[in-house]
Design a protein around this ligand. Structure first.
Ligand code: UDP
Ligand code: MG
Length: 311
């Protein structure tokens, strides 16, 4: 019998857990051809989250829990859960039921065909979300798709069912600043995208306010592209060229037209070149930094999906 592991990061979710539990129990009893393992990861919640988890484990040992010593964030929880999981198929899900668990069956059947290694959910719309947040999120996905080596579907969630092989690949990426959505995409594998309509949180409030959403986006950009460093180099180059042109102009003004203020031409040339050269050198240093940054992550150089060699 196949086993599905469900990983659920939780932070102050006492209001949502009763709904979550009811929904999961419903899914598990309707889905009796597979075995389940539910890994609840508590991010050191300040409310009753952990005691609810303990209660669930006491009643039904398919529910497992672990509790962090502080809030290490959702990405660290997902990593911990993936490491602890023992299922053949593994999924990550939010506690607030914004990732509809009823998609699990469709995801499972998709993977069972053997044509895909991952069945991932994405939101078709962002109904009910603040307008500014939707606009910024759309832009973020567009830019990430263009400039990073991790292609991302707009509205993609972390919610996806993966094969054990794919999870092993994800775990090979050892970086501690984890941008999981990017990592899922970076490891490759054949992914089927399943759309669904945006769901509102069942209860409680978002644990990811605008400010952390912003730093999350920034983390994604820095983790998966070195574009900001490239921009500095380009800027340096442009300033240098501009300095050269301006110097020529000031020379002409001084030598031929003889109408400039004394001291001004030399001053301008020094300032412009100074800026240009420092930007350019920053850019060059940036390129080395980028290379070091990529090396330091010790990402695998390739990931084999299948081969005739024994492991
Ligand atoms: N979460 C977490 N640690 C955090 C923030 C969030 O474990 O620091 C969990 C949270 O309990 C939920 C999931 O991550 O299960 C998604 O968070 P939330 O629903 O608040 O984010 P949103 O859906 O608003 O982006
Ligand atoms: Mg949510």
């Amino acid at each position: 019998m196949d086993k599905i592991s469900l990983i659920i990061p939780c932070y102050n979710e006492q209001e949502t857990i009763p709904y979550l539990r009811e929904e999961l129990n419903r899914i598990m009893s309707a889905f009796n051809e597979v075995e389940f393992e539910i890994i609840l990861v508590d991010n050191c919640s300040e409310d009753k989250t952990l005691s609810l988890m303990k209660e669930m484990h006491e009643e039904d040992n398919r529910y497992q829990y672990m509790s962090f010593s502080r809030n290490f964030g959702k990405d660290a929880s997902m990593y911990a859960g993936l490491r602890a999981s023992t299922g053949d198929y593994i999924t990550v899900m939010d506690a607030d039921l914004q990732d509809p668990p009823e998609l699990l069956r469709e995801m499972y059947l998709t993977l069972k065909t053997g044509e895909y290694d991952c069945a991932a959910a994405y939101r078709k719309d962002r109904k009910g979300e603040p307008w500014l947040r939707s606009v910024l999120a759309d832009e973020f996905y567009r830019l990430m798709g263009k400039f990073s080596d991790a292609e991302m579907v707009n509205g993609a969630r972390d919610f996806r069912l993966m094969t054990r092989e794919m999870v092993e690949a994800v775990l090979q990426l050892q970086e501690s600043q984890r941008f999981t959505k990017g990592i899922f995409s970076w490891v490759g594998f054949r992914t089927k995208w399943i759309p669904f309509e945006n769901q509102e949180r069942v209860a409680g409030n978002t644990k990811l306010p605008m400010k952390s959403a912003f730093s999350y986006a920034l983390r994604g950009i820095v983790a998966f592209s070195t574009l900001p460093l490239v921009i500095i180099s380009i800027l340096g180059f442009i300033v240098c060229v501009a300095a050269l042109l301006f110097t020529a102009y000031v020379m002409i003004e001084q030598l031929i037209l003889k109408n400039s203020v004394p001291g001004y031409p030399s001053l301008m040339c020094v300032i412009l070149f100074g800026f240009g050269i420092s930007f350019l050198s920053l850019g060059i240093i940036g390129q080395y930094l980028a290379q070091m940054y990529l090396e330091i992550k010790h990402r695998p150089k390739y990931i084999v999906r299948e081969s005739s060699f024994e492991r």
